[in-house]
Design a protein around this ligand. Structure first.
Ligand code: NAD
Ligand code: TYD
Length: 354
């Protein structure tokens, strides 16, 4: 079959990457999606079961820091574009083990940029390196204000510093080597297939099991939440219509203080689990704060909506309901990833080829 484009998606077995692969494979039968993922603890092929046999999809196990593997894939598939999501993505882990973040997020991005430069140098037309980044590169806001594309970078955790560094390298390759690039910086995502170490899935899991709910610090830290499928649609719009060399902020105009969000989540889950409303709130405990905890993130996504016409499709309460329903309906998924049994799944399913 002839495909119009061969697109390398890195990190496609993770939370956002798997949602994006499913989105692209269903929407663009004329594109071949090649998913490169190292299957770290955060990568899970179960997320991709709905597309694993699709004609326009293929999985390749590999590490983005492995130059020979990446080059071999460029030789094999002749990529027209890269959408780069592979990363170490959890702030708490970055505090305990920063070097892993430097390796994957900075060195890994460099390896990909170098391969793009090498294989595309004779014809840059219609090529694209799309870098998926985070609002955390902008640092921490006070009570007011929003991050715009002009906000100076001020990363404050090893995670955000490594992502900021990768963003700078992507821009450097645009300016120095004319590599066609686009960058988007998105706010906190929520939805199906998120590894239960991030706030919403871990709290859903704990509420379901009646466990204590550890809120960092005073709980008044603020995040701007976006449904993951709306992030995917934003990437789609920017990939196709965004200006080469530009950056786009993506967000839901949807700020929540952690404690208010947790109260809402507790009450909605009580309702769904037929518990008396207020039961789960009793499990909230305030614990030692995260080191260097950023106080507030909030995104101004007006460039994306004004220039490219993108808008989030879901109201937050609707998205939260869908998310809770998904984790409750997919308790096997949750049990598997929390027990480690999902690694057995990888071996059984792909043991011969991985
Ligand atoms: P995730 O941790 O769920 O998934 C990361 C994926 O990358 C996993 O499948 C993992 O196996 C893979 N990976 C890790 N190291 C690798 C390596 N060396 N080689 C190949 N694959 C590797 O992360 P996520 O939440 O889906 O985030 C994806 C991207 O989006 C990241 O770049 C992150 O910085 C960015 N982002 C995330 C959010 C969010 O709220 N989750 C918000 C904005 C931006
Ligand atoms: P997280 O999902 O780790 O995303 P990020 O740190 O990238 O924004 O955390 C979201 C917010 O929830 C953040 O302010 C830290 C807080 N948090 C808790 O209070 N308790 C927890 O157990 C976790 C995982 C996060």
């Amino acid at each position: 079959m002839n495909f119009e484009k061969h697109i390398l998606v890195t990190g496609g077995a993770g939370f956002i990457g798997s949602n994006l692969c499913v989105y692209l494979v269903h929407k663009y039968s004329n594109y071949k999606i090649i998913n490169l993922d190292a299957l770290t603890y955060a990568g899970n092929l179960e997320n991709l079961k709905s597309i694993e046999n699709a004609q326009n999809y293929v999985f390749e196990k590999g590490d983005i820091t492995d130059e020979s593997k990446v080059n071999a894939l460029f030789e094999k598939y002749k990529f027209d574009a890269v959408i780069h999501l592979a990363a170490e993505s959890h702030v708490d882990r970055s505090i305990r083990n920063p070097l892993t973040f430097v390796n994957t997020n900075i060195v890994g991005t460099m390896v990909l940029l170098n391969s793009c430069k090498h294989y595309w140098q004779d014809n840059l037309e219609d090529k694209l390196f799309y870098h998926v980044s985070t609002d955390e590169v902008y640092g921490s806001l006070g009570e007011i204000g929003l991050f715009t594309e002009e906000t100076p970078y001020d990363p404050r955790s090893p995670y955000s510093a490594s992502k900021a560094s990768s963003d700078h390298l992507v821009r450097a390759y645009y300016h120095t080597y004319n590599l066609p690039v686009k960058i988007s910086n998105c706010s906190n995502n929520y939805g199906a297939f998120q590894f239960p170490e991030k706030l919403l899935p871990i709290f859903i899991h704990k509420i379901k099991n009646g466990e204590k709910l550890p809120v960092y610090g005073d709980g008044k830290y603020t995040r701007d939440w976006l449904w993951v499928e709306d992030h995917c649609s934003a990437i789609d719009v920017i990939f196709h219509k965004g200006k080469v060399g530009d950056t786009y902020n993506i967000g839901g105009f949807n700020e929540w203080k952690n404690i208010d969000l947790i109260h809402l989540l507790c009450d909605k889950m009580d309702e769904k689990l037929n518990r008396e409303i207020g039961t789960s709130r009793e499990s909230i405990i305030f614990v030692k704060d995260r080191a260097g905890h950023d106080r507030r993130y909030a995104i101004d996504a007006s460039k994306l909506s004004n220039e490219l016409g993108w808008k989030p499709s879901l109201q937050f309460e609707e998205g939260l309901e869908k998310t809770i329903d998904w984790y409750l309906a997919n308790s096997d998924w949750l049990e598997n990833v929390t027990s480690g049994a999902y690694q057995e799944y990888h071996k059984e399913q792909y043991g011969n080829v991985l």
